[in-house]
Each structure stands twice: as structure tokens, then as C-alpha cells.
Ligand binder design. Sequence first.
Ligand code: SF4
Ligand code: SF4
Length: 234
Amino acid sequence: MNIWPLKGMAKHVAITRYPGETETTPGVTPGRPTSAAPDDHGLCPTHALRPDGGDVDLSRCIHCFRCVREPDALARWENDYEWGRFLPGRGALPRAFRRSIHVRVVDSGDCGACLAELLQLECPEYSLHRLGIYVTPSPRDADVLLVVGPVTNAMRGPLEAAYAAMPEPKRVVAAGTCAASGGLFGPTFECNNGVAGAIPVDLVVPGCPPPPLAMLQALLAVMGRGQSPGEEVR
Ligand code: SF4
Ligand code: SF4
């Protein structure tokens, strides 16, 4: 039995208030490091922290929390979830797609966690369909290709084929640290260095894994409903 509707009724919150309002329910985001002191002792295992400090390279951060643990706390941590950003020169779909899109999801070799977070969007708590976002099994029907995982050699061909089969206009979302940069898995003899090494990427959502609301914000951004820098999510 699906207990989500009952939980929602008991809490008087059947569905997230996002994007109409900021979601403040505890646990909706693990947060992320946004700036840090110089990492001169090599604390960060993925070199997301820079030796000279400043902004964190979120495309490499794996959320190991080392940089916020005492006594080694180096980073400022923010509990936000609007993490998706367009790459330079990239943007949303044309205005006709503001109300509805179809999304083809490709698992290019993820560890399972990114996909598990993404699946949460189908639950009543997030209810993807209320926003006009539908998952399709066919790339020929898809406006957006959402890719998780670092792109293993075995998945590179299928990923390129899915991209080639999509009609124009189309957009690609790379979700998760692995998709953004290869993460812990790539580049290696068996793995690519993320989605951009195989097909053109429009928007990257960092996180290991990104929480469901971060993925939702990315899809809304691709629809032109926010958020590129300076825009608000509506
Ligand atoms: S959370 Fe871990 S991977 Fe991310 S910046 Fe901090 S130390 Fe590096
Ligand atoms: S980004 Fe993290 S959670 Fe997602 S596939 Fe890679 S290791 Fe797994």
C-alpha cells in the first residue's frame, strides 16, 4: 500500500509547496559547501576545494562532509537546493515548452543513488505531473535528455544514439557529480569524464546525489520557468 498520501494527510502537507514557495521541510536537502578556506592539507578527496580557497568546484564535490566536520571545518555550508546552472551560452527551451515537456532519462552508469533521488519526483510528495513534466521511454518523444552517471564506455553509444534520435529543439541536463565531471569514477579506462565528453550539455546539476528538488529546479529551468542566474523560480 502506498503510504505517501496518508503521511501527507497526517502532516497536512500532501505535496511540496515548491516552486510556488520555498520548501522548508527538514531533510529536503543535504546542503552544499559554497565557499571554503584554503585547502592546503589536501582535506578534500576530490580536489573540489581549491588550495587558495574561495568558491568550491561543485562539479567535483561528492558530499563527503569532510570540509564541515570539526575540527577541520573549512567550508561555509548552505542548505539550499536550487543548484542547476546553465553552461555558458546555453539556455532554456523556446517559450512553447513553458507548460509541458517530455523527459527521457538515461542511466549512463550511476551508482543507483542519483536515479533513486530522481525517482522520488514521481511520488505524491513532489508530483512531477502537476508541473507538466512527463517521463517518456522514447527519445523520439523527448524534449529533454536527463543523464545520470559518468558515462561508461558501454553506455556511450546508447547515450549518443538517444541524443541523435531526439527532435529539435532539445536540451541535455547532466544530473549529479558523476554526470558533471566523471566524479569518483572517471575519467578511467572504463569511464568517461561526464556527459559533456559524449554529447552537448546545456545544464548541470551538481550533487552526489542531487536531492529531488534540485532535479526539479533544473527541469523547470529548462522549461524557461527559472532559474538561470538572476531569475526567480516560479
Ligand atoms: S564535501 Fe567533501 S568533496 Fe565536497 S568540497 Fe567538502 S571535502 Fe570536498
Ligand atoms: S553523483 Fe554520486 S550518487 Fe550520483 S551516480 Fe555519482 S557517485 Fe552515485
